[in-house]
Design a protein around this ligand. Structure first.
Ligand code: ADP
Ligand code: ASP
Ligand code: MG
Length: 401
């Protein structure tokens, strides 16, 4: 079999952990499989590199930040190759550009275009354990790019798809995908399997266990993912297309959002367009949007965005409030979104009531609500987000554990 195994930052954080991962790779190889390992930067290396850049430049980004961040993954693969060689195993470390992982030129959020599998296949043919830097690629101009935070999962899936691998295993620091973050909700239960759709929602709504783009790519390319622990040998979670969908999959939290409320949006065509056009030109990603009419004919509008964009949006609104004809606006920089995900939400309207009751009984104020086929999200004060997750989890998953 050809197996792609991805190891996240905590799995390769120090020498002891690198040795442990080397042991897993050796075992896979000795079992007769060909193996490509995709590695992340060690521990908090990527954060530390960003911090280093910030000491010298207030807003690092673009080509040079990518050039810096790519270093983190290179350290991991080189150290792993040296470890495996010292164990008497043939290994080779390869960067994103050495495997021809070509991307567009959106630095910090690059999209994968294709992978030239020639080098990978050559090294596999030679019987080597192939160690590849996750998270990085190269654009048409020959410049280094990165895929966005957490992007090594997506590198692994892309490589598995390009090589038509038999398996793609995502090794991390928990035993699989749980009904909630097991570090914050101790009673969370490990899922044996989860559907691509539900996993994509969970990942997009804040469950960082998988990069959301990796799940989308896996579904599109028919790559089945297995999420498991690099510390505990136990069956993990299969991310796949289930025969029948389970009612509820989990609760996710995104504590990285801000909420804006605008009062007195003029009652005329184009008023909302002008506001959101300004935000879009400034590259602000708006998530939930709620609009309601006021008795005086004007409207109120609330929307959420990434916390990192809050200051930018505040400045835009201050500058353009009068020209846009808005009465006032308020920014809540400390919001969070808590979401219940599951195919069962589609045909069970009572679920919303149960979720609101759980939150009310926990004394949590709901600021916004949004729902779609398989998710129900509420915006709550960030300080209460964990409490909200536990309350919702308790309501819907308590009997199962
Ligand atoms: P890696 O470094 O291996 O990529 P991440 O830190 O990106 O690991 O993802 C693993 C973390 O995801 C876990 O430590 C856990 O705290 C968090 N997490 C959030 N939600 C979930 C969930 N539903 N199931 C499992 N882990 C989750
Ligand atoms: N090292 C990168 C990050 O910290 C990519 C990854 O870990 O997946 O975001
Ligand atoms: Mg990750």
């Amino acid at each position: 079999m050809l197996i792609v195994q991805k190891f996240g930052g905590s799995s390769v954080a120090d020498a002891a952990r690198i040795k442990r991962v080397a042991g897993i790779l050796a075992e896979t190889r000795r079992a007769g499989h060909r193996v490509v390992a995709v590695l992340s930067a060690q521990g908090d290396t990527t954060d530390e590199l960003i911090e280093k850049a910030r000491e010298l430049c207030p807003e690092p980004g673009g080509r040079e930040l990518d050039a810096l961040l790519c270093v983190g993954e290179q350290i991991s693969v080189a150290l792993m190759a040296l470890t495996l060689e010292s164990m008497g195993l043939a290994a080779v470390s390869l960067t994103g550009w050495q495997i021809g992982l070509s991307t567009d030129d959106r630095h910090g959020a690059a999209r994968i275009r294709c992978i030239d599998t020639a080098r990978l296949n050559r090294e596999l043919e030679a019987g080597k354990i192939v160690l590849v830097c996750g998270f990085q690629g190269i654009d048409d101009a020959g410049d280094l790019t990165t895929l966005g935070r957490g992007g090594s999962d997506t590198s692994a899936v892309a490589i598995a798809a390009a090589l038509h691998a038999d398996r793609c295993q995502i090794y991390t620091d928990v035993e699989g995908v749980y009904t909630a973050d097991p570090r914050r909700v101790p009673e969370a239960r490990k899922l044996e399997a989860v559907g691509y759709d539900e996993m994509m929602e969970l990942a997009s709504l804040g469950s960082q266990v998988l990069h959301n783009r990796s799940v989308e790519l896996a579904r599109r390319c028919g790559v089945e993912l297995e999420v498991c622990s690099s510390f505990v040998r136990a069956p993990g979670t299969l991310v796949t297309e289930p025969m029948e969908r389970t009612a509820l999959s989990g609760v996710a939290k995104d504590a990285d959002i801000a909420r804006v409320t605008v009062r007195g949006v003029p009652d005329r065509p184009g008023a909302v367009l002008e506001l959101f056009q300004l935000l879009s030109r400034a590259d602000v990603n708006v998530d939930l949007i709620l609009q309601s009419g006021s008795p005086d004919g004007t409207g109120d509008l609330s929307f959420t965005l990434r916390s990192a964009d809050a200051a930018k949006v505040q400045a835009i609104l201050e500058e353009h409030r009068a020209a846009l004809g808005l009465r006032s606006f308020a920014l809540d920089p400390d919001a969070a979104k808590v979401s219940l995900v599951g195919a069962g939400l589609m045909d069970a309207p009572g679920m919303a009531v149960q979720m609101f009751r759980a939150l009310a009984e926990a004394g949590i104020n709901i600021r916004m609500i949004a729902s779609s086929e398989i998710k129900l999200s509420v915006v709550v004060p960030r300080a209460e987000a964990d409490k909200a997750v536990r309350a919702v989890h308790q309501r819907f998953f308590a009997n199962e554990s």
